[in-house]
Ligand binder design. Structure first.
Ligand code: G4P
Length: 545
């Protein structure tokens, strides 16, 4: 969009038609907002690209993907955005598929794993749990799964890399059921073992979907639908094995069940090779046909706000520029109800102050220029949003206040000390600000004193961000000394003294008054619980959500 076109769009008045309840409900109904939860290397980026390819957003795989390209993709993505009229940010990829609009939210992984990774899951209606067929459930997948489970988010399981040697499909189903209690209900079943991926059986329709490789997996793989009667001729013993195993699954009650899927108790399963683009169509179809559309949200008073109510959204992530020359702060908000149009003046529920989006949107420039409107389920990026914090509510017309985003169980701890004693006021104010923004959780104890608060984080990158911002923006440089703790639990105040006397454990108090005990290792925690069954320790997400 040119600057002139952008200006014109900014001045376009909101039409009353667009804000009609019927239109809003219809737009909400066709949204599917989800995230992929996976361990690094399971194929999340490859799958993201394959989904976009199948949705015909890109014509050839590789435009988004590529290890080298991916890390510095902003410019590539912006180019794509301009060329194809889609909205891509590092936070959300939006594309049309069939008569739906798919919003795929990014869950940062690898080195940038942080509380934001979890917060993203507060903004989705569904999650795709991506599993490497050779590795099964891995630690990061498990952590993210726990957050989904706690929030009751429906999960679609995708077993990826079926083109490579891996585990037996039935064994993977057992592992998921036994380790995380999720009942698997495969919708497709592989024809050919891992490493010899010929196609899948569509378990609901009974036919054989045969895939054909394309050069380098670069374009959507052609697929043929072969009736069951002809499938043995087409795939021989591999088809017969798939039929037998599918019958075993049915006998075991592993057929799709909508109610338990939506309540997070069972999970439909698909088999893919994201690299070869096999099975990706099936995933998109399942998202459209089975994944829930946005359904509004419950406010702090327990009242549900329907999707067709006036505009409301909550901030799930705030990204502050690491570059000190650009102090802009982008807040990402998930639309709960109503419609948003560029230029709308919203109200910030926490302060009651107006939030003008016209300025914010134009400052964002090209990267946001395709966002002319947003509907329930969509994500809006608001630039220069200094006042916004994760969990904050924005609304139009009818006030609403959504509950805060819970803080998640930290696994990294470090003592923060100001390096310049003359800056103790800035030190205190800076730490207060970082905590309010949700950059780190802050813990204190009488023993350590006010000058040595403990930062607690889900991923170590949060410490880097905190340290950088204290030095450059908040004028109070700090040093961080990491502490040898790995797990935190909530402890009741009456038990705190006793727990604090244990070896390799320490009790600290969070600013909101919640007392946390930190243990050096999960084994120490287990041992303590075994020896002291009367002392109730609660995990953070479960206790607060
Ligand atoms: P991530 O975002 O979850 O970390 O995973 P990513 O997509 O980067 O995939 C990790 C590696 O696994 C990549 O290989 C990718 O090509 C490969 N991969 C992903 N899906 C599949 C699949 O279905 N089958 C096979 N065989 N491989 C798959 P790489 O060598 O690390 O990078 P690249 O040079 O291929 O990009």
């Amino acid at each position: 969009m040119t600057d002139n076109a952008l200006d014109a769009a900014l001045d376009t008045p909101a039409t009353s038609d667009a804000r009609s309840a019927g239109r809003i409900a219809a737009e909400a109904q066709r949204r599917r907002t989800f995230a992929v939860i996976s361990h690094p290397d399971a194929g999340k980026s490859t799958l993201t690209e394959a989904l976009a390819l199948h949705a015909r957003v890109i014509t050839e795989a590789g435009a988004i993907h590529g290890k080298a390209g991916r890390r510095s993709t902003v410019s590539d993505w912006m180019e794509m955005e301009k060329a194809r009229g889609i909205s891509i940010t590092s936070t959300a990829l939006q594309f049309p598929y069939r008569d739906c609009v798919i919003n795929l939210l990014d869950t940062p992984g690898h080195a940038d794993f942080s509380e934001d990774t979890y917060r993203v899951l507060t903004a989705v209606d569904c999650a795709v749990m991506l599993i490497d067929a050779a590795k099964g459930l891995e630690p990061q997948t498990l952590k993210l799964f726990q957050v989904c489970k706690h929030r009751g988010i429906p999960i679609i399981t995708v077993i990826n890399k079926w083109d490579r040697p891996g585990r037996h499909a039935l064994e993977l189903m057992d592992e998921i059921h036994e380790r995380i209690g999720l009942r698997t209900t495969p919708l497709t079943w592989p024809v050919g073992i891992a490493g010899d991926f010929k196609g899948v059986m569509d378990r609901r329709k009974g036919h054989y979907v045969r895939f054909t490789r394309t050069a380098g997996g670069a374009t959507a793989a052609p697929e043929e639908h072969i009736p069951a009667a002809d499938a043995t001729a087409a795939a021989g013993v591999d088809w017969e094995t798939a039929v037998e195993e599918s019958e075993l699954l049915s006998a075991d009650g592993s057929d799709f069940d909508r109610e338990t899927f939506l309540s997070g108790e069972s999970s439909p399963v698909l088999f893919t090779s994201a690299a070869l683009n096999f099975g990706v169509n099936q995933l998109l179809d399942v998202l459209v046909e089975l994944a829930p559309a946005p359904s509004g949200a419950v406010d702090v008073d327990g009242v549900r706000r329907a999707t067709d109510a006036p505009f409301s959204a909550f901030v799930f992530k705030v990204q502050a520029g690491m570059d000190s020359a650009h102090r802009d702060r982008i807040a990402y908000a998930r639309v709960v109800s109503g419609t948003f149009e560029r230029g709308d003046v919203l109200t910030h529920a926490a302060t009651g102050k107006p939030f003008v989006t016209k300025y914010a949107q134009s400052v964002f420039g090209q990267q946001r220029s395709t966002l002319d409107d947003a509907w329930p389920g969509d994500v809006i990026g608001l630039a220069n949003a200094a006042a916004l914090r994760p969990g904050d509510t924005l609304y139009r017309e009818v006030p609403v206040h959504y509950p805060p985003i819970p803080s998640f169980s930290p696994e990294h701890f470090a003592v923060a000390r100001g390096t310049d004693p003359s800056k103790h006021k800035q030190f205190r104010r800076g730490i207060e600000q970082l905590e309010q923004e949700g950059v780190v959780q802050v813990l204190r104890s009488d023993k350590r004193g006010d000058q040595a608060p403990v930062f607690a984080a889900v991923g170590p990158m949060q410490f880097e961000v905190a340290s950088h911002r204290m030095a450059t923006e908040l004028s109070a440089p700090i040093s961080l000394e990491s502490l040898p703790y790995q797990v935190a639990r909530i402890v009741d105040p009456e038990d705190a003294d006793f727990v604090n006397r244990q070896v390799s454990a320490e009790v600290l108090t969070r600013t909101d008054g919640v007392m946390l005990v930190l243990f050096s290792t999960p084994w120490r925690l287990e041992g303590f619980q075994r020896d002291n069954p009367n002392i109730k320790l609660r995990s953070l997400v479960a206790a607060e959500g």
